[in-house]
Write a new protein. Structure first.
Lengths: 418, 87
């Protein structure tokens, strides 16, 4: 029997909830974390709303030695990785260290740390940059810091595919488990809520300049006008399903399928790649479209992009046949953290039989022909969920999670064959 | 120029590299190895760079890496301060 990658632990840091329980309860009740930027004064910028993670007190979660050398996105990732392994109920010290890996996704790097060092460099009496800048800004730093903190020595990697990274990383984590890995920390985090990171995001031209938190980010709505950026993400702990069951661990579900494609160059007459990514993920999971109970959409909030995503979903599933969730309306788009958080959300939906609401979806555009889950949660028992993500520049990714399957009767020999 | 004191070094280490959870930086640390205080080579590089800036001196790289304890580092720094005094 093939090894299957089960998710046994979840750690969430989101604008509408710190910790998995707080996040899920806020999400199901439609509580949004989007508000006016408080980290700096946004008055002089055209975009003034963000999904900020509130109440994250660094000193409560991060040891003093690490504070000097970490950007905020790394602090969020470290806290979530601690929570994920605790949630898995695993004693990490018993894991064979060379069989435990870390896979993270990061799209921005450490903007806030970098801004502070740039300011120090150009200060009158400055001319200095911290030695820690050498890695604190770096996309791969979360993988490194998590691996040091948890003593892992298995292959580590990082995905830099913007929003798609959260799914690409989980697919890599699944490969590592299937190839014999004992456990993988896998997730995505981003935070660039400082003036330098802010102008970089505004420059994309995709952000919503609306100042009403209830109307600013409305994917698939008639009034969609761009998105609100946020910070945070999710960390998952993956283990072989049989081994996890053998140690009595609870499984949230399994990573069952994955597909990734790249869009043709702008102006090409070839079709965008999202529908193909969905088909690849379904084929990989061995599922027919009607076996998918819910789709967690990329939900860019830009009319063009929304239209394309709706067309891709309908091309595979038929018009308005599968419920579509957009919980990121309550967090903003978290770059690499977004899809990882959507996977966590999908697993919680499978566990509780609840599809989270979409804040403010008052007037979904009728010609998209989507069964959009509106402002109220929906009670539905679902076996398989599909999560979609598109990264800026043409990345498409689709990932299928399914409910935990009954653990089989793998022989001891199979269990130890790697 | 005033010499770097052990308290001055404590402040610089705290500001540049933080303090490990199980370490009392205000305790009797003069002869405790930096590695036992939780400071790696990068922490010392960062702290040495701060010392260079505050005292307007230049420390030889190997002098810093060879100083294994606060007392040894203070010795190197204060010798350099003395050597660079314009007397």
């Amino acid at each position: 029997m093939a090894r299957r990658a089960a998710v046994t632990g979840i750690g969430v840091v989101a604008p509408n909830g710190l910790g998995t329980a707080a996040y899920w309860s806020a999400t199901v009740s439609g509580h949004s974390g989007i508000g006016r930027v408080t980290r700096f004064d946004p008055a002089s910028y055209p975009v003034r709303l963000a999904g900020e993670v509130p109440d994250f007190v660094d000193g409560q979660h991060i040891p003093g030695r690490l504070l000097a050398q970490t950007d905020r996105m790394t602090r969020l990732a470290l806290a979530a990785s601690d929570w994920a392994v605790a949630d898995a109920g695993a004693d990490g010290s018993t894991w064979p260290d060379y069989l435990v890996s870390v896979v993270t996704a990061g799209g921005f790097g450490g903007f806030e740390f970098g801004q502070r060092e740039l300011e120090s460099l150009w200060r009158e009496d400055g001319g200095q940059v911290s030695a820690y800048q050498s890695f604190a800004w770096f996309y791969a730093v979360n993988t490194g810091q998590i691996s040091i903190r948890h003593g892992t020595r298995g292959p580590g990697s990082v995905f830099v595919t913007e929003q798609a990274g959260g799914l690409d990383g989980l697919a890599q984590a699944r490969r590592l488990i299937e190839a014999g890995g004992e456990a993988v920390f896998a997730g995505g985090f981003d935070s660039a809520l400082c003036p330098w990171g802010w102008v970089a995001q505004i420059a994309s031209g995709r952000l919503s300049t609306c100042e009403d938190p209830d109307r600013a980010f409305l994917p698939f709505d008639e009034e969609a006008r761009g998105y609100i950026p946020g910070e945070g993400g999710a960390m998952l702990v993956l283990e072989d399903a049989e081994a996890a069951a053998a140690r009595g661990a609870r499984s949230y579900g399994e990573i069952a399928g994955y597909g990734a494609t790249f869009d043709p160059r702008p102006g090409s007459d070839r079709p965008p790649g999202l529908a193909r990514a969905i088909r690849l993920a379904l084929a990989d999971a061995g599922l027919a479209p009607e076996q998918i109970g819910v789709v967690f959409a990329d939900a860019s909030g830009l009319p063009d992009q929304d239209r394309r995503e709706a067309a891709a979903i309908n091309e595979v599933f038929g018009a308005a046949t599968v419920p579509v969730c957009t919980p990121k309306t309550m967090t903003g788009r978290l770059c690499a953290g977004g899809a990882a958080l959507d996977v966590a959300t999908a697993l919680l939906s499978l566990r509780d039989g609840v599809l989270p609401p979409s804040a403010n979806a008052v007037r979904p555009a009728p010609d998209y022909r989507l069964d959009l889950v509106g402002p109220r949660p929906r009670r539905v028992d679902v076996d398989n969920a599909l999560i979609l993500a598109r990264g800026y520049g043409g990345f498409n990714a689709a990932l299928v999670v399914r409910k935990p399957t009954e653990t089989g009767t793998r022989t001891k020999e199979e269990q130890w064959t790697r | 120029m005033d010499a770097l004191t052990i308290d001055g070094l404590r402040r610089i280490l705290r500001e540049c590299a933080g303090v490990a959870e199980d370490v009392d930086l205000d305790g009797d640390i003069a002869d405790v190895a930096f590695s036992d205080l939780g400071y790696d080579s990068l922490a010392l590089l960062e702290s040495a760079s701060r010392i260079e800036r505050e005292f307007s001196i230049k420390l030889a790289d190997e002098a810093v890496t060879e100083a294994k304890s606060p007392r040894m580092l203070l010795l190197v720094v204060n010798q350099t301060i003395g050597a660079s005094s314009p007397e």
